[in-house]
Ligand binder design. Sequence first.
Ligand code: LFR
Length: 495
Amino acid sequence: NKHLNMLAVDFGASSGRTIWGEFTGSKLTVQEIHRFANEPVELGGSLYWDFLRLFHELKKGVRAFKQVTSKTPASIAVDTWGVDYGLVDGNGNLLGNPYHYRDARTNATMETCFKSIPRTELFERTGIQPLQFNTIFQLLAWQQSCTRPVGEDVRLLFMPDLFHYYLSGVKATEYTIASTSGLLDPAARSWNRELLGKLPFAQSLFTDIVMPGTQLGTLRSELREELAIGSVPVVAAASHDTASAVVSIPALTNNYAFISCGTWSLMGVETDKPVINEWSERWSFTNEGGAEQKIRLLKNIMGLWLLQECKRHWELEGDSLTYAQMQEMAAVHKHNASYVDPEDPVFLAPGHMPDRIRAYCRDTGQTVPQTKPEIIRCILESLSMKFKQTLDEIEFLLGRRLEHIHMVGGGIQNTLLCQLTANATGRTVFAGPIEATAIGNILMQAKAHGEVGSLNEIRQVVIDSFPPDRYVPADTDAWQEAYQSYKKIDESKSE
Ligand code: LFR
């Protein structure tokens, strides 16, 4: 086997990193070589990603790779969060700055869209949970405010595709990232032309779809000069961060549910076919695309966003806490008296998170958490209850019991959340790897090089290289009882 040194660039909603992966054929080691903040910018009342800054950080990461390893990478691949995109014209100009999915311009778009394409029809056609930021709704909002017709040479490129384009000069759409758009046919794994025909935007926006593990091209010559680097293949891995994270789950069975923990908690299972029925619609499940023709049947749960936003808010008030300190506060404060629904859209936008949590508890007739430990404890317990509820729903959809939970991603550094999840679900939790997304990205590059084959081969490498931690359920009877209170709040809300 060849010895490969690869470079993964993983952009998350709050930070990005470049990771050096060294693959020997059976084992992988990873090392972070550059980390940077990803801070959205509000400009003229809209919320944007700072694309130029992010591309700048990407270049810094490539330079750092050279410095640290004294090598030219065997390849490079970018993954990012879902749904967002840029528009590029025929001369390669980026038309405007990519919007952030939390921008408010789509607040009412979903309901308008459902007037011409009913919610159920849309779900049946795409298998995608209607969330206001899905690309389909972003495009509709853009179309409504568009004053000029869009040129025939304009292409839509999702965030990873956009980075890949400016790296390689090749415009292509990677399948897993496109699957977050709400514009694909989930069974055919291609653009849903019938749906596109009903929508007001030009079909010429959409480029060919490539499958994860495809080499797109090599670094543009001007970049090679600027970075003083040789010819580097640019690979489309599983470019959606969650798809990459799922690639690197250290398990060879299918008797588990995964939770990919970052800003979001994405909880689900891998299936061979989309699961589109009354129940998956009612419970807001989504069918996104995975590597190796798999479907990721999962649910978007607001996750550690709630905690991130509390942290940011308290910082603005002059109290800078670390995540470790926040976890410690919640660990000591064992008593929790109220729950929020971490799927409720009231928590989507940035700002004043502690107050919104208090308001939610007040409006649902619960004890209002006042102190920081109370709020943090409420967030973490609510999340673990949501995981329990989601597990029940997944088991119902599959018609079988799942034995374990695999938690991956940066959020598992919150060991309290891992333990609470074990307690609430009554299932053993395996936690790791933390860098699941970058690892999945790198192993899909190894696949493009022909150095690993199947998904199971990839996962065997992860098992051998990054053995997970284990959390055994405790106090399960008390948790079962508490779950009944959680469900009552949830039910009273939907009445
Ligand atoms: C996680 C993620 C989720 C997606 C959300 C918004 O980072 O990619 O899968 O729903 O971000 O794009």
